[in-house]
Ligand binder design. Sequence first.
Ligand code: NDP
Length: 454
Amino acid sequence: MPSQLSSEAQKDLHKFMAGLIERNPHEPEFHQAVQEVAESIIPFTLAHPVYRDAQILERMTEPDRIVIFRVTWEDDEGNVRVNRAWRVQFNNSIGPYKGGLRFDKSLTLSVLKFLGFEQVFKNSLTTLPMGGGKGGSNFNPKGKSDREVMRFCQAMMTEMYRHIGPETDVPAGDIGVGSREISFLYGQYKRLMNRFHSTITGKGLSYGGSLMRTEATGYGCAYFLKNMLEHRGDGVEGKTALVSGSGNVAIYAIEKLNELGARCVTASDRNGLLYDPNGIQDEKLAFLKDLKEVRRGSLAEYAEKFGCEFHAGKRPWSVPGQLAVPCATQNELSGDDARTLVKNGALAVAEGANMPTELEGVHVFREARTMFAPGKAANAGGVAVSGLEQSQNAQRLSWSREEVDQRLQKIMGDIHEQCVTHGEAKDGNVRYVAGANVAGFLKVADAMLAFGVI
Ligand code: NDP
C-alpha cells in the first residue's frame, strides 16, 4: 500500500480493491492496472466528492460488455483448429471503442481487461474522441504460414464483424498483429459488409492507411521522453538508452531516439537480450527491421552478424544507462530491476509497452524521484495516429508525413502538459502516473456525469 496516501484514502483503496478482486477473481493483470489507477483516483475523488457520489470509478472498472467467441479454422495439413477470441468493449463515453487486437498463445481475459481499462485513460489523454476497448485471441502466429494466418483472420472476422464498426468499435494492431494480420482482417470485413469504411486502423497506405502509423507509437514515446527531459532543463542528446523488445514499438523508438542523439544499446525478444555497446543504428537498425519485421527471426542472429553480445533469457535493466524504454510486454521490469536502474543512475523511464513495470517498480521510481511516464501517456502516439487515420478516412484525404508527424508531436506535447498540470508537486517534481491518471479520468468522468445514471 503506498505510504504517501492519507489513512482515509488507504482505507478506501483497500476496500475498493478487495471488492474488485472478489468480483474479478484470478485476474492479476487487471487487478494491477486498476490498483495503479485507484492509487491516484481515490485521493482525487475524496477531494472531489461529485465523482465518488456517482460511483464513477466503480462504473469505469466494469466493462460495458465483453464478447467471447470460438474461432474455428483449418491449418495447412487440413487439421481443424480451435481458438478462443475476445473483444472487451470497456467504455465509450467519449467516442467509439478503440483499441488493438493481440494474438498471443498465452493471452487471457485478465490481460485484455487490463489493456482495455488502460486504453480508456490513454485515449482520453490523446484529446481525440475515442473510447477504450481491446481484443485478441490465444492464436499463436509464430511458425504459421501466411495462408494459415489468413484463414485464422478470416474466421475471426466472420464473427467479430457483427460487433464492430466506424461508429461502434474500431480495432487496430498490437502484439502479434501487424500489417499482414490487419490486412487479412480488413479484407474479410470489407467482403462481409460490402463497405469500405474506417473500421480498422493500421491499414496499408494504398487502402486507407495513414503515413506514420507504423512509426507512431515508438516515435511518440521518444517525443514524450524528450518533453520530460526538457521540462527538467535537460535533453536526450548524448544519453545512453536501454530499450526492450524488438517489435513495432521498440524499433521505431530506437529510430527516433537515435535521431534525437541518444545511443540505444539494447533490444530484446522472447529469447533474450541483445547488447550492442556501439549503438543499434544505421545499417544495423536496417538489419534489425528486416530480421524482425520481414523474416521474424531471433536477435541472436544480429549478435552473430555484428559481433556483439546476446544473453539468453536476460532483460536489459542491469546494463548501465540514463534512459529506460521498456517496449516488449507487461511486467517485464520488476521492483528489483527498478532498484538496479536507480542505482545505475537512470534519469527517466518511458513505457513504450503497456504496463511493463510491476507495481513495486512504479513505487521504487516514485520514491527515488526518477522521472517515470506510464504507458497510457508515453505510448499514446500509436492510438493518436490511428485516430488521425480515421479522420483522414472520413475526409477521404491523405495527409503528408510531415503533417501527421507535426500533429503527433503536438499531441505528445499536449499529453505531457496534462501530466504536468495534474501531477506537478510544489517542489517541481512531476508525478507522471498521478498526472496521467487524473487527466485521463476527468474527461471520461465528466462525460459519464453528464449522461446521468447509465
Ligand atoms: P510486436 O509484436 O511488434 O513486438 C513485441 C516485442 O516484444 C517482440 O520483440 C517480442 O519478441 C517481445 N515480446 C512479446 N512478448 C514477450 C514476452 N512475453 N517476453 C519477452 N518478450 C516479449 O508488438 P508491439 O511492438 O506492437 O507491442 C509491444 C508493446 O507495446 C505491447 O505492450 C503493446 O500492447 C504496446 N503498444 C503497442 C502499440 C502499437 O501501436 N503497436 C501501441 C501502444 C502500446 P519476439 O520478437 O520474440 O516475438
